[in-house]
Design a protein around this ligand. Structure first.
Ligand code: G3H
Length: 526
């Protein structure tokens, strides 16, 4: 029996029944979904451990949540979308203060529900708090910029950003707090109203925040429901009342949800989808640095990151040395429980070990070998990362986003090979390029910046810091997220214009002095 530190133990099953609709937390007394943990802390354990229950709400309740959000927005005339900016900021500040008090509870559940290690779970929480605080500051900057009249060709204008409407937020299981909040928080603060359904895994950890949402925001601004995507999101989309679909997850879900909307041209999309970021290792790369970056790039959180390096291209001249050192480094990695803080931890999706094993078997049957000694060793809840070489385009591991611990490697002699593969790929999020020679790197970087949206030089791919733009080309993303860009993605420019004459000037002056409008004002918040 592994010793679970006292502070991380789950003493009893969590019977979560609460949901938040229209400013009221109510208890669901219908069907519930079992929540399992795949940690298998006791080595005798063979099956995932039942750690709690969560509501499996019906379409009827999904529509109640939608109607609450719709009424709160009220075609842009609700209290929230017309509220003074600083009042919305006050609500967000109140929320973040309450959220911070739930840190330990949420971190513990991140570990149990998705197997994220302790340091990364804490990082996910702290990064989310920082994201909210940065968003508040950035909104003040945006608001300040909108506090000045422009005057061009005899037309005076006060241009600001306004909300879009009702937003459906769906986040991923690998960052159930951070990535979901990276959608939800900017959507809310810009004056939209929201319905949020947590991902399939990482659900219980949202429950401790319901009260903070309820007490910080007016009724209907944030509605939180639990259940299956098909049951909840399908009827909501079919109504046509959703203005923004904000989803981080798989394109198949995004496409089927868009297709349900009866008036597609009015549906805005904010999507973070699949990626197959390559790591490209040139012949003059610093091997030790590259090995380190490729370890974290391919295997942080077991490779379950959209930004993970999912395929490595290594120059033929250094292939043997790289594969030797990289395989050794992979074999030295430890698998442990989240509180052991190992890089490798159990996989939260019960079907993932079989999926990864199938990818390995398929690659082997088509000519690849497992280069590292421990590669492919399977347990009930894990597969030890396999370094596969040589990989070719017929293999499933080349074509699919593996989102797990398997590392396909291809060798090349001419940089045009990986660049051509990137051009033909359906994805275009990021790339990592490893090398030193500026004459070689310069033109490669110039090509790559037009194939993806972030070129990482001698560094693994990653999303952060969150003030940098996070987006992708082709099938990898729609819209840009960053502290600043997300506020733009969830809003639209809207303005008041007037012919520059005495009548209008007097009206505007009086409006500003009397503070009769929340929109027409030239003051700003510090
Ligand atoms: O799953 C995709 C995440 O956006 C990756 O974020 O690079 O900070 O791990 P990260």
């Amino acid at each position: 029996m592994n010793q679970i530190p006292e502070e991380f133990q789950l003493k009893e099953k969590i019977n979560h029944t609460d949901y938040l609709i229209n400013g009221e937390i109510n208890s669901w007394n219908g069907k519930q979904t079992n929540v399992y943990s795949t940690l298998l802390c006791d080595s005798d354990e063979k099956e995932p451990d039942l750690i709690g229950y969560t509501p499996e709400m019906s379409g009827e309740y999904a529509l109640k949540a939608l109607n609450a959000a719709h009424d709160a927005f009220n075609y842009g005339q609700g209290d929230w979308p017309t509220m003074k900016v600083y009042e919305r900021i006050n609500c967000m500040e109140s929320f973040v203060k309450k959220m911070i008090t739930k840190r330990e509870e949420i971190v513990r559940l991140l570990m149990w529900e998705i197997g994220k290690n302790l340091n990364d779970s804490r990082k996910e929480f702290d990064r989310t708090v920082e994201y909210i605080n940065d968003t508040i500051q950035e909104y003040k900057v945006i608001d300040r910029k909108g506090a000045t009249f422009q005057n061009k060709s005899g037309v005076r204008a006060l241009i600001r950003r306004g909300p879009l409407g009702v937003v459906l937020c769906l986040g991923p299981y690998n960052y159930p707090l951070n990535e979901t909040f990276a959608l939800l928080i900017p959507a809310i603060i810009m004056g939209n109203t929201t319905i949020f359904k947590p991902a399939k895994h990482g659900v219980l950890l949202i429950a401790p925040l319901l009260e903070a949402f309820k007490s910080s925001f007016p009724p209907g601004v944030v509605n939180i429901v639990f259940g299956r995507g098909r049951e909840i999101a399908t009827p909501i989309m079919k109504t046509g009342k959703i203005d923004v679909l904000a989803l981080i997850g798989h394109s198949s879900s995004a496409i089927s949800l868009q297709d349900l909307h009866p008036q597609k041209s009015r549906l805005r999309l904010v999507l973070g989808l699949e990626a197959k970021n390559p790591g490209i290792i040139l012949k003059d790369a610093d091997i030790d640095l590259t090995v380190n970056e490729c370890i974290s790039g391919t295997l942080s959180f077991n490779g379950q990151r959209c930004t993970a390096l999912k395929i490595l291209y290594v120059h033929e001249d250094i292939k043997d040395e790289f594969l030797k050192k990289f395989s050794k480094a992979v074999d030295e990695l430890k698998l442990g429980l989240p509180w052991d803080n190992t890089l490798l931890t159990p996989l939260p999706e019960p079907a993932k070990p079989d999926y990864i094993t199938n990818l390995i078997d398929d690659a082997k049957s088509k000519g690849a070998t497992i280069v590292n000694k421990r590669g492919g060793d399977k347990q009930k809840n894990f597969v030890f990362p396999a370094v596969l070489y040589p990989v070719n385009k017929d293999m499933d591991v080349y074509k699919e986003e593996q989102f797990g611990p398997v590392i396909p490697v291809i060798s090349f002699t001419d940089i045009s090979t990986p660049i051509k593969d990137m051009s033909e790929s359906n994805y275009g999020q990021q790339v990592s390029i490893f090398g030193k020679d500026v004459d070689t790197l310069g033109p490669i970087i110039d090509s790559m910046v037009n194939l993806v949206c972030r070129v990482n030089l001698n560094s693994a791919c990653q999303r952060g810091p969150d003030i940098y733009p996070f987006t992708g080309r082709k099938d990898s993303a729609v819209a840009t997220l960053s502290v600043h860009d997300a506020l733009r993605s969830f809003s639209i420019r809207t303005f008041v214009a007037s012919k520059d004459n005495e009548l209008n000037k007097n009206i505007l002056r009086e409006m500003i002095d009397s503070k009769k409008s929340h929109f027409i004002r030239t003051d700003y918040y510090l």
